[in-house]
Design a protein around this ligand. Structure first.
Ligand SMILES: Cc1cc2nc3c(=O)[nH]c(=O)nc-3n(C[C@H](O)[C@H](O)[C@H](O)COP(=O)(O)O)c2cc1C
Length: 182
């Protein structure tokens, strides 16, 4: 039974040593949300100036019928404006070997336009939107709705095309760092 925690075990021992609680200011909210380990994905779209690509971990499956997912993109960010203008985007779910790509596509001041994906292997997918090569899966989406979400915009996407690659390990993100399984 090692490693198995049953529901009844939670909360038996009171607050853990080192535990903190308090107001949800920006840094404590960011730190606390960092305990929610996620996968890592890249949102891509196209515009008159070329491709756009941004690293995200806000990807959530919303509905099976119809197939809907959401991503949250910071208001004013280049990719958010481009997704809104195009009305379409693709999500590539990254594999464990793609931490460098994830870091590069999250860096401020990175090249935009035709050079946005320079040196990052990719191919044109649904509606010509780039799909990152080596990703675990991808989802080509039409923007179904844009919803306000504080300093982010929630893009609800209807999945029109998808693909999955042979088994590989996922890239993970936990407490502000990239990680792998095991
Ligand atoms: C692991 C990871 C996850 C991220 N998730 C998101 C996200 O879900 N939404 C978002 O707006 N930015 C997210 N970011 C930050 C963006 O990648 C970064 O701010 C990017 O430069 C956005 O700018 P741009 O669209 O103007 O290029 C994440 C960064 C990292 C490293």
């Amino acid at each position: 039974m090692a490693g198995i925690v049953t529901a009844g075990q939670h909360g038996q021992h009171g607050p853990q040593a080192g535990a903190r609680s308090g107001r949800a200011d920006e840094s404590s909210f960011r730190r606390a949300m960092g305990t929610f380990g996620t996968g890592v994905a890249v949102v891509t779209t196209t515009g008159p100036g070329g491709p756009y690509a941004t690293t995200v971990n806000s990807l959530t499956s919303v509905s099976l019928e119809p197939p809907l997912l959401l991503v949250c993109l910071k208001k004013g960010a280049r990719t958010a404006a481009a997704v809104s203008a195009a009305g379409a985007f693709t999500v590539s779910v990254l594999s464990a070997g793609q931490a460098g790509t994830a870091a590069r596509l999250a860096a401020s001041g990175r090249p935009s336009g035709e050079r946005a994906l320079e040196g990052i292997p990719h191919r044109p997918g649904w509606h010509g939107i780039p799909v990152l090569s080596g990703s675990l899966s991808h989802f080509g989406c039409r923007v179904e709705r844009e919803l306000p979400g504080g300093d982010h915009t929630i893009f609800l996407g209807r999945v029109h095309e998808l693909g999955t690659a042979p088994d590989d390990e996922p890239l993970l993100y936990y407490r502000g760092q990239f990680a792998r399984l095991g």
